[in-house]
Design a protein around this ligand. Structure first.
Ligand SMILES: [Zn+2]
Length: 341
């Protein structure tokens, strides 16, 4: 096989083409305290300043060797643009939403977006960071932008308690919010792709079986993901936290090129269910292995993923801020060793 750049390999892998070896990268958050210290770019500033965001995100590629640059490091940006009030977070904790813009059913039913939220400060930061990253890493490195999905956006707007209750008792309210969220995801994804991102990863666990019955995924959410994938101009990745086993078959027909799953899902089973319908991404345990174990354990768990047939070797979810760099390097080492034999 002719030489390919890590960007070509990543993009080929996402669309199911044969590659010489599987990529090793992260499609979920990569900010760690050690990388902040190594790059001089720290949380919380790196969430709000495009230069600092770019510097920290590139650190995971340059210092660890992950074969891609992934940003941002949290999921409050769309929520804040929609009027949520947030806590800024600290060096080792992500920003969080503490007040949603809608408290009542009437508020939620009347909720609309008045201006172009792509012009809001938080989303402009991401668009600017995209350009900066592309300028700094050149054309050979894949850039993966993240954003929360429609279920998470609906949750931001009304708070988790109302979201869960109204999914069952007042689905018309939730459908109204999901439509707004879907439109945002499409416009924002296309803007990020235009600014230089190669792929968009959408974590949207609020639609998954950890919070709602699996039947909801098919009736309420599957049509939205299909709409997103058919109206976006680049490859899309759906990330599901928790145990997504019961919705794997539905996830495989969302039209998303990549499916990123946590370690609660058996990768061999996932590979059997998904087959060639999507690129399977995962799923080394971010807390039990990457944060809390030794490099030798990382190598073992990575081997398990590769034996089970993942198409991209990656952490199963966002990195914990205190994840040691040596464990992340072990992930890259494991992939390299796997192809020596
Ligand atoms: Zn996750």
């Amino acid at each position: 096989m002719a030489f390919m750049t890590i960007r070509e390999r990543f993009l080929d892998c996402l669309i199911g083409s044969d590659v010489d070896k599987i990529p090793v990268c992260s499609v979920t958050q990569t900010g760690t305290v050690e990388l902040m210290e190594a790059t001089g770019s720290y949380w919380p500033e790196a969430h709000y300043n495009p230069e600092k965001m770019a510097t920290l995100a590139i650190g995971a590629h340059k210092i660890v060797g992950l074969e891609g640059v992934r940003y941002p490091f949290d999921g409050t940006d769309i929520g804040q643009a929609l009027g949520c009030e947030i806590k800024n977070g600290t060096l080792d904790s992500q920003p969080s939403i503490y007040k949603s813009p809608c408290q009542t059913k009437e508020d939620a039913l009347n909720f609309s977006i008045s201006e172009n939220i792509l012009d809001s400060e938080r989303l402009s930061t991401l668009l600017d960071a995209t350009k900066i990253i592309r300028g700094r890493v050149g054309e050979d490195v894949p850039i993966i932008a993240g954003m929360v999905g429609p279920a998470a956006i609906a949750t931001c707007i009304v708070g988790v308690t109302n979201y869960l209750m109204w999914c069952i008792t007042n689905p018309e309210i939730i459908k109204h919010l999901l439509k707004i969220g879907t439109d945002i995801c499409i416009d924002y994804s296309n803007a990020l792709l235009e600014h230089g991102a190669d792929a968009i990863c959408i974590p949207d666990s609020e639609s998954g079986p950890d919070l709602l019955p699996p039947s909801c995924f098919e009736t309420l959410f599957l049509p939205l993901y299909k709409k997103i994938s058919s109206n976006t101009t680049g490859p899309m990745i759906l990330h599901m936290c928790g145990d997504a086993t019961d919705i794997l078959d539905s996830m495989a027909i969302t039209g998303f090129e990549g499916l990123s799953i946590e370690e609660k899902v058996n990768t061999k089973y996932a590979n059997d269910v998904i087959g060639k319908r999507a690129c399977l991404i995962g799923n080394v345990a971010p807390v039990d292995i990457l944060l809390s174990s030794q490099p030798s354990d990382v190598i073992k768990d990575a081997q398990r993923c590769m034996d089970d047939g993942v198409n991209i070797l990656a952490p199963g979810c966002g990195l914990a801020p205190h994840t040691p760099t040596k464990n992340l390097k072990a992930l890259v080492y494991a992939r390299n060793e796997y192809y020596k034999n």
